[in-house]
Ligand binder design. Sequence first.
Ligand code: PAF
Length: 279
Amino acid sequence: MEVFNEIEPLKAFLKDKRTTCSIGLVPTMGALHAGHSSLIQFSKQENQLTVTSIFVNPVQFNNPKDLEKYPRMLEHDINMLCKAGCDVLFVPDTQEMYKQPSTIQFDFGHLDKILEGKFRPGHFSGVAIIVSKFFHIVQPNIAYFGQKDFQQFKVIEKLVNELQFDLLLRPVPIFREADGLAMSSRNLRLNETERKKAIVFYESLLFAKQMLLQGKMISQVKELVKQKCELVEGVRLEYFEMVSSENLLAQDIVTEKSILLIAGFVGEVRLIDNLMMTP
Ligand code: PAF
């Protein structure tokens, strides 16, 4: 695997490759797990060259403690990437990506004011800034993003459409642990007891889906999910919503586009998850 820390040498390397290879990009913040490996596998199936970026992007963190505590484990990540067959790793430092402090602000209208956007102001603007930089540097044919961050995918979709980036976006299904917990780098911050409790969010999604399919009203289901989470000590629900997967507008009635999204804390660790109402 070729490793680059700087933008210009990476661009020069990719310029040559681009003439014969299609390029897949897997942007990450490191602390890689099986979910990331699956993004790489998808990219390898569709491209001759897969580039993974590892960069903990400060401008997308609205909580300085979260940024400080975000797991960093480069040696482990490099081993995983080699095993997964990644061709190129781009691992810049903050100075390389932000030669001067970023003053740009993206506004995605209602898409970044709801759900995650409501609880993490500025987060999606920060994501859009770094993803735009990666798209300009790597110029991938296809970029891969996990569906656990469903709202992030919708924001990036809007970014690509409105700014006419010449690339395809591929959403990759959520990868789950054996008990159903959605894989996330943040899971590493959970202690043993918290790890067990964290399953409450996925269980709430499954429970909610069942209740809604049985005809319960969303308002009732929201209350039941709240109660279910409140029963687990140390768990704090931030939101549970049913929205359209097309435009993220809240829904009262289940349609074939409905998606359930949940977010909350287990101890100090914030987790998110989601579930489509129809497979
Ligand atoms: O989903 C992530 O890991 C990050 O938000 C991303 C897309 C790599 C941007 O920093």
